[in-house]
Design a binder for this molecule. Structure first.
Ligand code: ARG
Length: 459
């Protein structure tokens, strides 16, 4: 027990089970060892423990790390409250009384906050890297689908033609913003709370600058009370994961639509789909559905934690122990979703000609025709009305734009010439797009080159 002197009785068994976070904070094992190593080194630097003590502690901690990594020692959650007490107890088994010097000038309150910050920095970089990998896969698929025409939608109604490459590039943009958020999280997390003690620093001459530097933080936190009660960096992280999952969920939704018989636009790799136990013909997009489904729990994790914190007086309160489950759950959910999405896109099959013919027989080029009229001197509102009339004419006669001849066009309005008919082609439509950021295949190719360069040089 860490507080032996004041207590005669052991913690009630159920109370220990109820309060132990070991099964969850075990994820911070490596960070906790590192913080212990750096703290004890600093203690010896400032003369609070001898160099000999430090060496003993260091060897013990390294041994524990080794035992843990190769499965020789695993702390039991029925015995320990958390990862910190488990490691300290193992250390005293290994090196005896000297282990009792490790916690000099420290509280588990500043210890956990430091562990968590180190972990958040580590996994944020990991996620940034994984997001980049997924972007690279999307760029590869985009590169061979610059001329794969598909309908672009607003209100889930066919609006204007776009290309599959252009559609995927929209997700590359979202993913880039996701990376920026994790970068922000890393910056927000880059201060060391170690040395804040339980809540008010220490009377001992701890060298906070040394531990800050050694742990890779930019600066020490400035207020000890805030240091042990602040979990904003976890909320920022959960928010970044939520938005990232929201993006993946939207893409998952599109995959589900595209792989349906109605769309028949893509085939998902068999390894990431499932059959039905009843209906032999089924190939279900379960992984995409689960990514869409799991997005919800990551939003929930954010709400849970912010709700836990909202009524807490300063500074540390045990409620804060509840922070970790949400954070680990969000991380593992998001990391797996990213990997699965990446693997699905690595092997996706695209029916490149699926929409070419079909779109010819639709009214998806109405805006192009209106733009043609504008270029020939008609005010846009009037152009809109004329094309509307043309759509009505086609519907009444059960024909599509591609069936129209010049005579019919002229009947609607004399201004039409043979040149207008040239607009009525989906490929020409894309080529005629002029604005930066449009699906013009030339511009899309340039965007793809832009991303290749950018992703090559950075994460
Ligand atoms: N397991 C605790 C947590 O995660 C560590 C800090 C405990 N501090 C305390 N004073 N009981 O929050």
């Amino acid at each position: 027990m860490l507080w032996g002197g004041r207590f005669k009785k052991e913690l009630d068994k159920l109370a220990l089970k109820f309060s132990s976070s070991l099964n969850i904070d075990i994820n911070l094992f490596e960070e906790d060892i590192l913080v212990n190593l750096v703290h004890s080194e600093m203690l010896s630097n400032v003369g609070l423990i001898t160099n000999e003590d430090f060496k003993k502690i260091k060897n013990g901690l390294n041994l524990i790390l080794e035992e843990y990594r190769n499965g020789k020692w695993k702390p039991e959650s029925e015995k320990f409250e958390d990862v910190h007490s488990a490691i300290e107890s193992r250390l005293s088994e290994l090196i005896g009384e000297t282990a009792g010097k490790l916690h000099t000038g420290r509280s588990r309150n500043d210890q956990i906050a430091t562990d968590e910050r180190l972990w958040i920095k580590k996994v944020s970089s990991f996620l940034e890297n994984n997001i980049s990998n997924f972007q690279k896969t999307l760029i590869k698929v985009a590169d061979v689908n610059i001329n794969t025409i598909m309908p672009g939608y607003t209100h889930l109604q066919r609006a204007q033609p776009v290309s599959f490459a252009f559609h995927l590039l929209a997700y590359v943009e979202m993913l880039q913003r996701d990376k920026k958020r994790f970068n922000f999280v890393k910056n927000e997390t880059n201060e060391s709370p170690l040395g804040a003690g339980a809540l008010a620093g220490s009377t001992l001459p701890l060298d906070r600058n040394y531990t800050t530097k050694k742990l890779g933080f930019a600066e020490p936190t400035r207020n000890a009370l805030d240091s042990v009660s602040d979990r904003d960096f976890l909320l920022d992280f959960l928010n970044a994961v939520s938005i990232g999952m929201m993006h993946l969920s939207r893409l998952a939704e599109e995959l589900i639509l595209w792989s349906s018989s109605e769309w028949n636009f893509v085939q998902l790799p068999e390894e990431f789909t499932t059959g039905s136990s009843l209906m032999p013909q089924k190939k279900n997009p379960d992984m995409a559905e689960l990514i869409r489904g799991k997005a919800g729990r990551t939003f929930g994790n954010y709400i849970s934690l912010i709700t836990t914190i909202k009524g807490l007086p300063l500074s540390y309160n045990r409620d804060l122990q509840e922070d970790k489950e949400h954070v680990f759950d969000s991380f593992f959910t998001y990391a797996d979703s990213l990997t699965i999405m990446n693997k699905m896109f690595e092997k996706i099959e695209v029916n490149t000609n699926r929409f070419k013919e079909e779109l010819k027989n639709s009214f998806i080029l109405s805006t192009d025709l209106a733009d043609w009229l504008v270029l020939n001197g008609i005010a846009f509102r009037e152009a809109h009305r004329i094309v509307g009339e043309l759509v009505k004419f086609c519907e009444e006669n059960r024909i599509s734009f591609s069936d129209l001849n010049l005579e019919q066009l002229k009947k609607i309005n004399q201004i039409f010439t043979g040149d207008a008919l040239k607009c009525l082609d989906v490929e020409t439509s894309l080529q005629r797009k002029q604005t930066f950021g449009s699906p013009n295949p030339k511009l899309v190719k340039e965007q793809i080159e832009f991303w290749k360069d950018k992703l090559h040089e950075s994460v």
